[in-house]
Write a protein that binds this ligand. Structure first.
Ligand SMILES: *[C@@H]1O[C@H](CO)[C@@H](O)[C@H](O)[C@H]1NC(C)=O
Ligand SMILES: *[C@@H]1O[C@H](CO)[C@@H](O)[C@H](O)[C@H]1NC(C)=O
Ligand SMILES: *[C@@H]1O[C@H](CO)[C@@H](O)[C@H](O)[C@H]1NC(C)=O
Ligand SMILES: *[C@@H]1O[C@H](CO)[C@@H](O)[C@H](O)[C@H]1NC(C)=O
Ligand SMILES: *[C@@H]1O[C@H](CO)[C@@H](O)[C@H](O)[C@H]1NC(C)=O
Ligand SMILES: *[C@@H]1O[C@H](CO)[C@@H](O)[C@H](O)[C@H]1NC(C)=O
Ligand SMILES: *[C@@H]1O[C@H](CO)[C@@H](O)[C@H](O)[C@H]1NC(C)=O
Ligand SMILES: *[C@@H]1O[C@H](CO)[C@@H](O)[C@H](O)[C@H]1NC(C)=O
Length: 905
């Protein structure tokens, strides 16, 4: 041992002298890269299929120590550093990681992060690189089991496997026991569900400073730990796991070192322990999005004495009690977020007087009153203020005038009924996010075009008036829905210049008139365009087809006329197309089915569309709402399975694109139960429906319709349909409303309908049905107007009593659907069906690497700001990812800024 040490010292001293000597004649003497290692690197390069030539400097001519990403030991010339993480999505490494990596025996630093290795396994031989100190394989799309022999890397100080998705698993963490030098361990997004003893394993790491196990499918947070070993721990992130337990005591015992503790989104229950007051080093505490209840413990006041805590995030729990009481203890905070709890209190100037450092104040969605005088000048300068659904009004909060640093402000739904003062509109050029929606604000909105920072503006659901305000091309989200804006919008064209950022434009429910401008050629960022419920006239302009990223287009309830330009074919991402209640005509369905295959909602009601319903419409596999009522469609109803509505099974797992602010933006108008009601968010979530009423359809009701087991409402009334009601209609067990009135249907009411226990509306009046009305179950609730004008129908509630013959209906009528030619098709369509592609891609996105996922699947940057929430019962990862806010998560997977001040943006 001593001999060896001596030996290496001698060598070091030797190199030291060589080094000194070399400093004089550096160029000649710099130790060049080893030949064998150069060869190894070139082999490695061969294995990579580099999208573009990020490894172009790797050529045999050049000394490999000078290659990009390669670092050598000055003295020995051995390659010790290989940093191949990619910095942009168009320049990533793919392909295989050659075995020749092993020839780089002295490698200490290996970073392959942010590449895409297409679901290969982490090569086992990495565990043989015995000198490795830093290993970063994050966001690189690896799958499979993490090799246990990483436990051989006894020099390892930092290991990062974050963001490879749940397809990367760790069976147990016992191999950690050997890694006594480990300081940083990041396994975010790695599936640790089998790693039962994870806590014991990490507890053996005395040097551990940073531990991040967020989104690891951990399900057990041990309540007892006999001895807390990780005394060096500073950063602990266990967020996004499903612990369903209380906060264990041992967490408060690590309190003398931990500065950052994140337990958000962990299903934690019960109260915040008083012992949290012992966490005296803590700077940032995040317990948001759990099921914590009870008051904010007053022991947190201990923090006050040591004054270390700067950030406290408690949002979206069930905390109750008085916030005011706790406030007194928290005045040293920089960030306070208690949104979405059940806290109450009347916050006055006195409560806030000591908060001189405060920058982030988020109080939204509690039962809080902010009661300050109009002359109040707060001690703080906020950057983020969120008072949504607090009681702030009725007067406009004049103290805002003192806030010079605001970049995000939300005073929506705050019971403010006032004219917005002039100073407010130009008081801050720093504001990026402004939400004043759902108040009773009045007045004219000024020209925003010089507010270059402003990125999101929501004035929806107020009483603002005047012409559509001008705004800058940097604005991404503009919501002016539900106001009194009027006049033409042709000046939009001035904003939609080449570099505009507009991604979400909602002007619905105003008094806008004139034509839709024809200048959408630079609308490539637009994802949502909503002009519904206005007075727009003229034709839909052709350039609208250039909105190739559009997901929602709503032009319903205007007075638009002419044909729908077929350029709309290009908008292949469209999921919601609403053109109802206009004066549009033409054979629009002919090309919709073929081109707009992602449609979930198609509403063309009350226009003058003609033509047949093409079979191509059956290909819309995600379709949930098909409303073609009150047009002039002719021909038969195609035989197809309408696979989309059927696909997700009986309970109907419709997912609606949900926009929070305004009724019409939600995008769906339900006509279930014969009454027209609007659907807000969740209420819609399980509805799928077909309305083809009031057209000119002929032929029989195709039997395939009955395979739509998730359907809630079917309306085929007021057509010319003939033949029987499909005998197996009873398979549509979710159906709540079935209207077949005013057709020429014959034969009996099928006995299978006994299964339709949810049926609330049933109407077969004005047909040619015969036989006895069933008298069981839900049938007893239907009135006689459901059956009138069927001369051969008998039994209660009709007055006509059935004779013995009549009970069985027309003997010539066997209720068989005569048309058999298309029965094969139904089968095919069903079999070929899978999870809707959108969700599939979302899911896959999660699994695949960072760039693949965030780069392409979130479409573009505008996505994360569109507040789109998908409500479904697909698995948690997708739900969580989208609902919680993709931005937040994305940030998590990319990097952590331990002391970042959370705000909007
Ligand atoms: C080479 O040596 C110099 C001086 O000792 C040091 O600053 C530098 O970081 C070394 N470079 C590498 C790649 O090890
Ligand atoms: C604490 O860590 C040391 C060193 O890793 C280990 O030997 C010891 O068993 C650990 N103690 C407990 C109780 O885990
Ligand atoms: C606001 O405070 C004043 C006294 O300071 C009180 O009279 C008033 O009722 C309070 N308003 C609300 C809404 O609590
Ligand atoms: C149905 O079609 C016929 C002829 O094709 C036409 O005369 C009639 O007006 C149409 N009915 C409706 C409601 O459009
Ligand atoms: C319906 O379309 C038919 C031709 O398909 C046409 O003759 C008729 O006038 C249209 N009816 C209405 C009300 O537009
Ligand atoms: C009604 O059905 C009967 C057979 O049940 C048939 O004879 C008759 O022609 C039909 N009437 C009409 C108007 O379709
Ligand atoms: C059934 O439809 C007819 C005609 O379409 C209508 O008059 C009647 O009120 C409806 N009855 C029920 C219960 O909806
Ligand atoms: C790993 O690499 C990613 C991206 O290159 C970086 O954000 C992250 O901080 C690195 N991990 C560690 C532990 O240094």
């Amino acid at each position: 041992m001593i001999m060896m040490m001596k030996g290496s010292k001698v060598i070091h001293i030797l190199f030291y002298f060589i080094g000194l000597y070399c400093m004089k004649i550096t160029l000649i003497c710099a130790v060049p890269c080893m030949d064998s290692e150069q060869q190894a690197l070139l082999k490695l390069k061969e294995g990579f299929k580099s999208a573009s030539d990020s490894l172009s400097s790797w050529t045999a001519k050049e000394d490999c120590c000078k290659w990009r990403g390669v670092g050598c030991d000055n003295a020995t010339g051995h390659v010790t550093i290989l940093d191949l993480h990619s910095q942009d999505p168009f320049n990533i490494l793919q392909g295989e990681i050659s075995h020749s990596l092993l020839d780089l025996r002295y490698l200490r630093y290996l970073d392959l992060s942010h590449n895409n290795f297409h679901q290969i396994q982490i090569p086992e031989y990495i565990g043989s690189l015995q000198y490795i100190e830093y290993l970063n394989l994050s966001n690189a799309n690896f799958r499979g089991t993490v090799p246990n022999n990483l436990g051989n890397l006894s020099h390892l100080e930092s290991l990062d496997l974050t963001g490879n998705g749940f397809s990367l698993r760790v069976e147990n963490l016992n191999w950690l026991y050997h890694l006594s030098s480990l300081k940083v361990l990041k396994l975010g997004g790695v599936d640790l569900s089998n790693a039962e003893g994870w806590l014991d394993a990490v507890n053996m790491l005395p040097s551990l400073v940073e531990l991040r196990l967020f989104f690891c499918k951990l399900h057990k947070l041990y309540q007892n730990l006999h001895y807390v070993n990780f005394t060096s721990l500073k950063f602990l992130d266990l967020s996004y796991n499903n612990f369903s337990s209380t906060i264990p005591d041992w967490l408060s015992e690590i309190g003398h070192s931990v500065v950052y503790l994140n337990l958000s989104k962990c299903q934690l229950q019960s109260m915040i322990p008083d012992a949290f007051g012992n966490l005296t080093s803590l700077i940032s505490l995040d317990l948001s999005e759990n099921n914590l209840e009870g008051p904010i413990p007053l022991t947190l006041s201990l923090f006050n004495k040591s004054s270390s805590l700067r950030e406290l995030y408690l949002s979206n729990n069930r905390l109750n009690g008085s916030l005011v009481q706790s406030l007194a203890q928290l005045s040293q905070l920089v960030a306070l977020d208690v949104a979405g709890n059940d806290l109450e209190g009347n916050i006055t100037e006195a409560h806030l007087i000591k908060f001189s450092s405060l920058q982030v104040l988020v109080l939204s969605s509690n039962r809080l009153v902010l009661n300050v005088s109009s002359s109040w000048i707060p001690p703080f300068q906020l950057e983020t203020l969120d008072l949504r659904s607090c009681l702030v009004g009725p007067k406009f909060p004049h103290w805002l005038r003192s806030q010079k640093n605001l970049s995000s402000i939300d005073i929506s739904n705050a019971t403010i009924a006032d004219v917005v003062p002039d100073w407010f509109w130009n008081f801050s050029s720093k504001v990026k996010y402004m939400n004043l929606s759902s108040n009773e604000l009045e007045g004219y909105v000024p020209d925003f075009s010089s507010q270059l920072q402003l990125s999101q503006l929501d004035l929806g659901n107020n009483s603002f008036r005047g012409p559509l305000p001008r705004f800058s091309a940097n604005l991404r989200i503009l919501i002016l829905a539900d106001n009194i804006f009027s006049g033409p919008i042709s000046h939009l064209c001035g904003i939609l210049s080449i570099n505009n950022s507009l991604s979400y434009l909602d002007l619905s429910s105003n008094f806008i008139s004139g034509e839709i401008p024809d200048c959408w050629q630079y609308g490539h960022n637009l994802v949502i365009l909503n002009f519904a419920y206005n007075n727009l006239s003229g034709q839909i302009p052709n350039s609208i087809g250039q909105l190739i990223n559009l997901i929602t287009l709503r032009l319903d309830y205007n007075i638009l006329s002419g044909e729908v330009p077929s350029s709309l074919k290009n908008c292949i991402d469209l999921r919601v197309l609403g053109l109802s209640n206009n004066r549009l005509l033409g054979d629009v369905l002919a090309w919709i089915g073929e081109n707009l295959q992602n449609l979930m909602i198609l509403e063309l009601r009350s226009n003058a569309f003609t033509g047949r319903i093409p079979k191509l419409l059956c290909q819309l596999k995600n379709l949930r709402i098909l409303d073609l009522a009150s047009n002039n469609l002719s021909g038969t109803i195609p035989h197809c399975a309408y696979a989309g509505m059927n696909s997700l099974g009986g309970t109907g797992t419709l997912s609606i694109i949900y926009y929070p602010y305004t009724t019409y933006s939600v995008g769906v108008i339900l006509r279930v139960k014969s009454s027209e009601h609007f659907c807000r968010g969740l209420i819609c979530a399980y509805n799928s429906q077909i309305d083809l009423s009031s057209n000119n359809l002929t032929g029989m009701i195709p039997e395939e319709v009955t395979s739509l087991v998730g359907l809630l409402s079917l309306n085929l009334s007021r057509n010319h349909l003939v033949g029987p009601i499909p005998p197996n209609i009873g398979e549509m067990t979710e159906l709540e409303s079935l209207d077949l009135s005013r057709n020429h249907l014959s034969c009996t009411i099928p006995a299978s309908m006994i299964n339709m226990t949810f049926l609330e509306v049933f109407n077969v009046s004005y047909n040619n049905l015969s036989g006895e009305i069933p008298n069981f179950g839900q049938f007893s609730t239907f009135m006689n107007s459901s059956y009138i004008e069927n001369p051969q129908l008998c039994g209660s509630p009709l007055l006509k009593i059935c004779s013995i013959d009549e009970s069985f209906g027309d003997p010539h009528c066997n209720n068989e659907n005569g048309d058999e030619e298309n029965q094969g098709i139904q089968k095919e369509e069903q079999d070929g069906f899978e999870i809707p592609s959108f969700y599939l891609s979302m899911g896959l996105g999660f699994i695949t690497g960072f760039w693949v996922f965030w780069g392409s699947l979130l479409l573009n940057r505008s996505w994360r700001h569109t507040y789109i929430r998908f409500l479904d019962n697909m698995n948690d990862k997708i739900y969580v990812m989208v609902a919680v806010g993709a931005t937040k998560l994305r940030r998590k997977f990319q990097s952590q800024q331990p002391l970042e001040v959370k705000g909007r943006q």
